[in-house]
Design a binder for this molecule. Structure first.
Ligand SMILES: [Zn+2]
Length: 497
């Protein structure tokens, strides 16, 4: 959890924006020719705007304004060279404003949503070496938007309708029981479809080709970016089964690396003195958090801790925990008992409960003051009919440090007795972090250093690595081999607190 913005809307059956896709023919912003799309341009703008908000609530923005403006300025310079900004491009496209966002996630990922939303994660930024590489990544994503690839794909797959709900991905990613989560949440896996969208190889190739062209025209040394695609191949090879979506939905990194090198030769002859921008770039990411940020939530020895907010609670044994920007979701191994912890909307537990009932449009079967451990709280229970049967939803609100929090639990009506005690043991265990080492835990940050002499890369690394990372990850982050010799004067990204 990073923020206290309530995300009540996300677990309930509300805020559903359903837009029916059909078939529309509109001029392409890329080529000017008519192309067929699943959504009108207006619908795409609406889809993007709504999903963007959900995405921000769910992943959280990386809290560094200077870095965000830097990414935006690089993005804008590439966008200015794109087909969206040509004088003969239809006005509806030409006036499209873009939002470039840095998301607070350690996963290496970049993606776009229809209507001008482009995202890079801090995990991806850590892996780039210079501004030219960033430009090519942003150019690729800008092209997905300009070419309206999502809309074209919607037409191909005949989705029928896309429902987009703020924060809705939790059900699927956590439970591993898609049907259960989908049916309860009434989502049909739609946000997932949107975010893990496979555009197809032709669309990806188009994005690489145009992304490189726009970056070259913006003055960047695009040949530099090939090294990054080499890193992507190394990350995939290391990650094995859990491929970040940006890689799994794209053609092989090797194929892309080759294509970029080829394009770089073609464009290289047309522009002189292209910009690499290594010093500028590394200066911007010096101090960037790498790996998971334990301050926004960490699971250790059967407990969930939130050092920034100062609280902890127990995890039932064997349950999975998923920590997101505005919530923590706990799921039992079968995926049939779910507990979601998040901020409540209201000054008191009772007010938060009332607001929850009003916004969720649930019919409470029971509500009133309760004792949660040593705290006074307020609980509300409802039965919700879903296509997989009746679910019992209970939300317990409590006060802590001037904020109201809620533990929302649900299970089928038949199975609820099995889970009641487990659920209440979690909310009862809620309290202040006692352990001072955990209270003061700090994230690991990138530190940019300059090699003072030629030496093996591995000799520049310290002994401490962020949780889940090792020296091989640092080699990939630096786009070098672990045993390679690094020249004196080369800038390196190492870790330090
Ligand atoms: Zn792509």
């Amino acid at each position: 959890m990073k923020s206290m913005k309530s995300y009540l809307g996300s677990v309930c059956l509300l805020g559903l924006l359903a837009i029916l896709s059909g078939c529309v023919t509109e001029p392409s912003a890329l080529t000017g020719e008519s192309r067929s799309y699943g959504y009108t341009w207006q619908q795409e703008l609406e889809l993007g705007r709504t999903s963007d908000q959900g995405l921000i609530e769910q992943m959280g923005l990386y809290p560094d304004d200077a870095l965000a403006s830097y990414v935006t300025s690089v993005g804008e310079s590439v966008l200015a060279q794109s087909s969206l900004r040509r004088a003969d491009t239809p006005e509806i496209y030409r006036n499209l404003e873009f939002k470039f966002r840095v998301m607070d996630s350690p996963v290496v990922n970049a993606f776009a949503l229809p209507g001008g939303y482009v995202y890079v994660t801090r995990g991806l930024l850590a892996h780039l070496q210079n501004e030219a590489q960033l430009a090519v990544v942003l150019g690729h994503e800008i092209t997905h938007v300009a070419a309206r690839h999502a809309s074209q794909q919607a037409l191909k797959q005949q989705w029928g309708q896309i429902g987009l709900v703020a924060g809705a991905v939790i059900g699927q990613t956590v439970t591993g029981n898609e049907q259960f989560a989908d049916q309860f949440m009434g989502l049909g896996g739609s946000v997932f479809q949107m975010l893990t969208l496979k555009y197809g190889r032709d669309a990806e190739r188009e994005s690489d080709v145009y992304g490189v062209e726009y970056s070259a025209k913006a003055g960047y040394a695009i040949g530099e970016s090939a090294d990054f695609f080499n890193s992507l191949g190394r990350i995939s090879a290391k990650a094995g089964q859990s491929l970040p979506s940006w890689q799994s939905s794209h053609p092989g990194a090797g194929e892309r690396e080759g294509r970029i090198r080829q394009l770089a030769i073609e464009w290289g002859s047309k522009f002189s003195n292209p910009k690499v921008g290594e010093a500028e770039y590394l200066n911007q990411i010096d101090g960037l958090i790498v790996g998971e940020n334990p301050r926004s939530g960490i699971v250790m020895r059967g407990k969930f801790y939130h050092p920034d907010m100062g609280f902890q609670f127990d995890l039932p044994s064997g349950w999975k925990a998923k920590n997101e920007a505005s919530s923590v979701t706990l799921v039992d191994p079968t995926g049939r008992g779910i507990l979601v912890f998040s901020g409540g909307k209201g000054a008191t537990p009772e007010e938060a409960a009332r607001n929850f009932v009003a916004t969720s449009k649930m019919e409470p079967v029971r509500s009133g003051e309760v004792t949660i451990g040593e705290r006074k709280g307020y609980a509300v229970e409802s039965s919700v009919a879903t296509s997989s049967g009746n679910m019992l939803v209970r939300n317990e609100f409590l006060n802590y440090g001037g904020e109201v929090y809620g533990f929302l639990s649900y299970s089928s009506v038949e199975e609820i007795e099995k889970y009641r005690l487990v659920f209440s043991n979690v909310s009862k265990s809620f309290g202040q972090i006692e352990n001072s080492a955990i209270k003061e835990i700090e994230p690991t940050r990138l530190k940019v250093i300059t090699a003072t002499k030629a030496d093996r890369f591995s000799n520049f690394l310290g002994k401490n690595f962020p949780y889940g990372m090792d020296e091989n990850d640092l080699a990939i982050i630096n786009q070098v081999e672990l045993n390679a010799t690094v020249e004196a004067g080369r800038k390196l990204k190492v870790v330090g607190n």
